[in-house]
Design a protein around this ligand. Structure first.
Ligand SMILES: [Zn+2]
Ligand SMILES: [Zn+2]
Length: 285
């Protein structure tokens, strides 16, 4: 999954601004893509990215929140009657580590290499040591992170790395997309055409956003006080934007791929579509 999928679209947030701010260095929140207004504070993640205070409230910044999210992703897969191996290693990394992994993996990974600056990536069996983020602390408006090297690779398993600092909803969308690639690899089939594979992975991400809304956001909103309703409103708005961005993506593999796969799943159901893809290496007509 890549940043091109979250085009900065000011209409989503009703932001009105002069177009010169798009490239005059005005900070953009990397999680919701709102341009920084003069009266609000943005938090530097320490790897060149910044996020707004709202997104920071649900950002994945340490092992504890990351592990809790990974459990939710497994729960989501179970809700679709698709089991993903619980032992798959997941790594939370910063931009420089992601860039390093992308270069190392580029040669033998046909997926996720189309764009600069990946958000999530699959690491194949012969994995390098990965510097994972375990905790972070905020000092003023800047995050300081603690990293540690991953355990040596046991040589037999695919693993998934994802960028830290995004909201839980977006990080989950990236994770379930990568988990679908892993699931497909484990079905013992040849790699699929790029548009077909990215498309079905994006369908899973889109389903995650609905699942997250009803199982996490709505549940939280019901149990939290009236004073937190602003938070619920922000999260619902954020999900609406993530969904729109995914649906309107103009790229061939991710955007067109998603729309084609989505049409097939609406007509034939998710499970039948996936089974058809595994058998025929194309979408049902
Ligand atoms: Zn934000
Ligand atoms: Zn992908």
């Amino acid at each position: 999954m890549s940043p091109d999928q979250l085009d900065s679209n000011p209409e989503y947030w009703n932001q009105i601004f002069c177009s010169t701010h798009m490239d005059d260095g005005t900070p953009i929140c990397r999680a919701c893509h709102r341009l920084k207004a003069s009266h609000v504070t943005y938090i530097e993640l320490g790897d060149g990215r910044e996020i707004c205070q709202d997104c920071c409230g649900s950002a994945i910044l340490d092992t504890k929140s990351f592990e809790s999210l990974v459990r939710k992703c497994h729960e989501f897969y179970k809700s679709m009657n698709m089991e993903i191996d619980n032992d798959i290693p997941f790594f939370l990394v910063d931009s420089s580590e992601m860039a390093k992994l992308t270069i190392q993996i580029d040669q033998d990974n046909p997926f996720e290499t189309t764009y600069q600056g990946n958000w999530g990536i699959i690491i194949h069996e012969q994995r390098p040591v990965v510097n994972i983020i375990t905790s972070s602390s905020r000092i003023g408006n800047r995050m300081t992170v603690i990293k540690k090297p991953s355990e040596p690779n046991n040589g037999s398993m695919l693993s998934i790395a994802v960028l830290f600092g995004f909201t839980e909803a977006l990080t989950g969308a990236i994770l379930v997309h990568e988990m679908m690639h892993v699931w497909l690899r484990l079905q013992d089939i040849e790699p699929l055409e790029l548009k077909l594979e990215e498309g079905i992975c994006q369908v899973i991400s889109r389903r995650w956003l609905d699942w997250y809304e009803s199982n996490v956001v709505e549940t939280d909103t019901e149990t939290t006080k009236q004073s937190d309703s602003k938070r619920g409103e922000f999260l619902r708005n954020l999900l609406r934007i993530y969904k729109l961005t995914l649906e309107l993506d103009s790229s061939f593999d991710y955007g067109e791929g998603f729309r084609e796969a989505q049409r097939a799943t609406s007509q034939f159901g998710l499970q039948s579509t996936i089974q058809y893809i595994i058998t025929n290496e194309r979408l049902p007509l």
